[in-house]
Design a protein. Structure first.
Ligand code: FE2
Ligand code: FE2
Length: 351
């Protein structure tokens, strides 16, 4: 076939598109610009749900956080430092996420319904970067310090460098799917992005901010994080569905060696995240410390591995049961009800 992922020509043909030819990657025969009929219906459902959850950082009141941050006594030096380090990671991490979606995934994905959600996801990553910028600006933090931390703090640099190393191959203008090696490379990137970046690196930093909320501190920032987490929980689940869809469509890629490789990467990421936790909590704040974070990181690492059929590595209990209530959205019904309903009403335009 002469078409490739990057330059399409329309093939004149009255025959309906054969939906069985549609694949996450390497499915060009089913035409990437024809949305219906759909094969990956889950992606369309994610797209609709994401639109229903639309939010903007400027809608969240930051007033109490501003007062708290200004107060010389409300937060300890360790608490300030922990919050700044987490923001230092977040401010660049969502830009990395957006780049991965737009420059890594979108171009190579050949399912139009999956592309629809990727477009929405890319916008959400921009909203997340906006939210961190809004927190930094609202609290009159030292912007130059926070936004440059990824280049100054080893524990942040090492995490981001680890992720970016996997982008290099598929961001290359000459990279094309369609060979065994390249398809594995593409799948490796999605595993790193979903299991590790969105599934591990983000979640432990979310936990830090929610730890503040449990102390009734930085509640505006925590509300921003709760909205971000709701989006990220969908990104994570979508990514895991994509990995499983590729496994189903191209099972030959999921070799025992490849599975071991992904497990090794997750183990390496868990170590990097523990190093980061030590940077965040040199001596612990309100019951959160590097050691219980290590256990939390190991607990969520196992959960991510299991979701793509890989063996748990650490077999530890969840040290923060309160996190599963919020982060894993076990109570998502209540959480969703507070805002989404308003949006659905407010979003209905009368002409
Ligand atoms: Fe994000
Ligand atoms: Fe994301």
């Amino acid at each position: 076939m002469s078409v490739n992922n990057y330059r399409m020509s329309i093939q004149r043909n009255a025959k309906p598109v054969d939906i069985n030819q549609r694949k996450v990657i390497n499915g060009l025969e089913a035409d990437v610009i024809q949305l219906y009929p759909m094969k990956h219906k889950f992606a369309w459902d994610y797209y609709l749900a994401a639109n229903a959850n639309h939010w903007l950082p400027t809608e969240v009141s930051m007033q109490l956080d501003i007062e708290l941050w200004k107060s010389p006594t409300a937060l300890s030096a360790d608490e300030r430092s922990a919050f700044e380090t987490v923001l230092g990671f977040f401010t660049t991490a969502d830009s990395i996420a957006a780049n991965n979606v737009v420059m890594g995934f979108y171009k190579h994905v050949t399912s139009p319904e999956i592309r629809m959600y990727l477009l929405r996801q890319a916008y959400e990553e921009a909203i997340h970067t906006h939210a961190y910028q809004y927190i930094v600006e609202s609290l009159s933090m030292n912007q130059a310090k926070i936004f440059n931390m990824y280049r100054e703090v080893d524990a942040i640099y090492n995490k981001e460098e680890f992720i970016l190393g996997f982008n290099e191959g598929i961001f290359d203008g000459n990279f094309k799917t369609g060979t065994f090696a390249n398809d594995q490379k593409f799948l490796e990137n999605w595993c790193v992005f979903s299991l590790i970046m969105e599934g591990i690196f983000f979640y432990s930093s979310f936990a830090v901010v929610l730890g503040f909320k449990r102390q009734n501190k930085l509640i505006g920032s925590a509300e921003q994080i709760e909205y971000i987490m709701r989006d990220e929980s969908m990104h994570l689940n979508f990514g895991l569905e994509i990995i499983n869809a590729i496994r189903e469509e191209q099972p030959e890629l999921w070799t025992p060696e490849f599975q071991n490789h992904i497990v090794d990467l997750v183990r390496k990421a868990a170590k990097l995240e523990y190093t980061f936790a030590k940077e965040v909590f040199p001596s612990g704040i309100f019951g959160l410390n590097a050691e219980n974070f290590k256990q939390y990181i190991e607990f969520i690492s196992d959960r991510r591995l299991e979701r793509v059929g890989l063996p748990a590595q650490f077999n530890v209990a969840n040290p923060f049961p309160w996190m599963s209530e919020v982060v894993d959205l076990a109570k998502k019904k209540n959480f969703f009800e507070t805002r989404v309903t308003e949006y659905k009403t407010g979003g209905a335009l009368n002409w």
